[in-house]
Design a protein around this ligand. Structure first.
Ligand SMILES: *Cc1c(COP(=O)(O)O)cnc(C)c1O
Length: 383
């Protein structure tokens, strides 16, 4: 058995020396908050996404929340989404007084089932919010078709999907709006942070105000030559602008992300080959018929026998392997049950996968012999 003498976590960020030097430069520059580097980071991201507008936030959660507001989601509205996601996706809907209307996933690829979306839309629906789970792009064409037919907006939770593509188009380079996360667990990081990518001029303006107190300097600028020290407040916005310290990290991560992702994809392919022979014990995320590029954010496996999962995870942990059951379907959490009346049995596919899924370590610095060790330990558990 390959020998491994350190704990192998689920994920670990890779930070280059250039990034560290850049952060030191910012710290010495005297300007730490939102400034020239945040502007540059947004410009670089915009180029990456084919020239679309990009606004950075302190987190993807803040970006999702602000974008739903910009899209006009209010108390009493409904937003259609998946229950098989991180809780941030639905929390931001609930925080606006709207109802997250869950639509079950497909059992094979763990993404929301587009065939079930139309039936979930009512006269109260404002937005459809798909999630590219693990970095596998959702089948977007039928979703945008429904949205266009019904006059709804689409907000893609693309927290897992930096570097993913759908039918040869980069996620973030087309569609209504996408939100990416730069939390250190994701494919690229700025320490904490996130960004929104979109085209609507109204929504851009709204987001720009929302992330900084609702302060509008342009109104005063219009009336006075040196008006920049005066400002108007047009609505009570929040405070979720990125700092230049974070942007310094993000700028370099963006230059490195394709390299980081290529490595993740290579390791993902190695896992697939190595685990193929254990089909009777576990299955992997299915491969859709449409053309796609996976970001390699997570590598989920699904145990055939749900009863074995806790023992499986304990066994991995005893052998210094970090594995995580992403995700518990949201409709099973107390708040979502009590507030919206969801119950066990409502989304059988999400429950099936939720009871069986385990995500395995996957990150740039994971070495091949370490991965071989993980596969051996898995084999040992089942034998
Ligand atoms: C990580 C994550 C978020 C939230 O990202 P933050 O930047 O931590 O706010 C939202 N949705 C999904 C699916 C995520 O995995």
């Amino acid at each position: 058995m390959p020998k491994v003498d350190k704990f192998l976590p689920l994920s670990r960020p890779t930070v280059s020396d250039e990034t560290i030097e850049e952060v030191v430069r910012v710290l010495k520059s005297g300007w730490l908050a939102t400034g020239p580097l945040t502007k540059k980071f947004e410009k670089d991201l915009s180029e990456y996404f084919g020239g679309r507008s990009v606004l950075c936030f302190t987190s993807a959660t803040a970006g999702l929340h602000a974008t739903l507001m910009a899209m006009g989601v209010q108390e009493g509205d409904e937003v259609v989404t998946t229950p098989f996601t991180f809780v941030a996706t639905a929390n931001v809907i609930a925080m606006l007084g709207a109802k997250p209307v869950f639509v079950d996933i497909k059992k094979d690829d763990f993404n929301v089932d587009p065939d079930k979306i139309a039936d979930a839309c009512t006269s109260k629906t404002k937005v459809i919010m798909p999630v590219h789970y693990a970095g596998l792009s959702v089948d977007l064409d039928p979703i945008y078709e429904i949205a266009n037919l019904k006059g709804l907006r689409v907000l893609e939770d693309a927290a897992h999907a930096f570097g993913s593509s759908y039918k040869k188009r980069k996620i973030g380079a087309f569609g209504d709006a996408q939100v990416f996360s730069f939390h250190p667990i994701k494919n690229m990081t700025s320490g904490e942070g996130g960004c929104v990518v979109l085209d609507s001029e109204y929504e851009q303006k709204f987001l720009n105000l929302q992330r900084f107190h609702g302060i509008d300097r342009s109104i005063w600028d219009r009336f006075s030559k040196n008006g920049s020290c005066y400002y108007d407040v047009v609505f009570p916005g929040f405070k979720s602008n990125l700092s230049d310290i974070q942007a310094a990290i993000g700028i370099h991560q963006l230059q490195e992300v394709e390299t980081l992702n290529d490595r993740r994809r290579r390791l993902m392919a190695r896992y697939r080959r190595a685990l193929e022979g254990m089909r009777d014990k576990l299955h992997m995320q299915g491969i859709p018929k449409y053309d796609f590029v996976h970001s390699g954010h997570l590598f989920p496996i699904c145990l055939q026998d749900a009863e074995k999962r806790d023992d499986f995870m304990s066994f991995l942990k005893e052998n210094s392997i970090g594995a995580t059951p992403y995700y518990t379907p949201l409709h099973l959490f107390t708040y979502y049950r009590d507030t919206f009346g969801y119950k066990r049995g409502d989304f059988p596919n999400a429950e099936y996968v939720g009871e069986r899924v385990v995500c395995l370590p996957l990150y740039y610095d994971l070495e091949e012999n370490e991965q071989d060790y993980i596969v051996e330990i898995i084999g040992k558990f089942f034998s």
